[in-house]
Design a protein around this ligand. Structure first.
Ligand SMILES: C[S@@+](CC[C@H](N)C(=O)[O-])C[C@H]1O[C@@H](n2cnc3c(N)ncnc32)[C@H](O)[C@@H]1O
Length: 273
């Protein structure tokens, strides 16, 4: 997959993508990341990329021409058609479903704004989609672009090995992931839930599903409203809630059915509905 980043600080995104699985994807040729700096396409001695907003007011606005020339150069660098995405707080929220959709493409061009943003005419003429990484305002689109690169690259075939597989991750099936444990079995912070040590794969899968359902109910009930639950899922969730009510009537967001019995103090809040 090829991703081009148009940014006044393209090295920022490249650095973020240089580590871990995404860094290895780059080394193995599964991801090729290219930066384009609008300043390199700006005219005049000062290589201006911004100007004052018409109508007055604070801040500066990114000029059309340096961005347009950068986009043209990025497009021309590879014949494959590219989707142009402007990272913007006004865009559609980034979700795992959107990440999966983007990971199915061969080329993306990510446009990062700075200052007050980009001249609206460039967005209208050149941008296919606007994406936001959350309801807050960053000083530039680079962090948001790095988020997109990371989330998309790890879903490309061959990037994650089996042990890091994404299929059980949060949001993949509309639920949050279950809790995870590793060695040691006994620790002053508590034991590992017994079922995980049982070797009974059916029971382990059942426990994990129950925890995923329970966690989602506790922490992100909005996801549960959207998810399609089977009859078996509903039974598991009811069981989770019954066990939780018995084990720790006041337990909340961080509690698992096993962990509340061990450590009721880890609860953060309470759901009563
Ligand atoms: C200071 S912001 C401009 C904010 C703009 N005046 C507004 O209120 O919509 C500068 C740049 O940061 C990026 N940015 C800021 N917040 C973002 C977010 N939540 N998601 C994606 N990009 C964001 C955009 O590229 C934006 O052009």
């Amino acid at each position: 997959m090829r991703i081009d980043v148009i940014s006044l600080f393209p090295e920022f995104v490249a650095q973020c993508a240089a580590f871990g699985v995404v860094g290895r994807a780059g080394e193995r040729g599964l991801l090729s990341l290219h930066g384009w700096n609008p300043r390199d396409y700006a005219e005049g001695n000062y290589r201006r990329v911004d100007d004052r907003p018409f109508g007055g007011g604070p801040g500066m606005v990114m000029l059309i021409e340096p961005l347009r020339a950068s986009l043209r150069a990025a497009r021309d660098a590879d014949p494959a058609p590219a989707k142009v995405i402007y990272l913007s707080p006004q865009g559609a929220p980034l979700t795992q479903a959107k990440v999966r959709e983007l990971a199915g493409r061969e080329r993306l061009i990510l446009l990062c704004g700075r200052y007050e943003g980009v001249d609206e005419r460039l967005i209208q003429a050149e941008v296919d989609e606007e994406i936001s990484i959350g309801d807050y305002v960053l000083s530039g689109g680079e962090l948001a672009a790095a988020v997109v690169v990371d989330a998309v690259a790890r879903l490309r075939e061959g990037v994650l090995n089996d042990a890091e597989s994404a299929v059980q991750d949060s949001f993949e099936d509309g639920l949050l992931d279950c809790p995870h444990y590793t060695r040691p079995v006994e620790h002053e912070l508590g034991p590992v839930p017994g079922v995980l040590m049982s070797g009974n794969h059916a029971q382990i899968a059942r426990w994990r599903r129950m925890q995923a359902l329970g966690r989602t109910w506790q922490r992100r009930p909005d996801l549960l409203d959207e998810a399609t639950l089977s009859k078996a899922d509903r039974k598991l969730l009811a069981e989770f809630r019954e066990q939780l009510a018995v084990a720790a009537p006041d337990a909340g967001a961080n509690a698992t059915v096993d962990s509340v019995a061990v450590n009721p103090g880890c609860a953060q809040g309470t759901r009563n509905d």
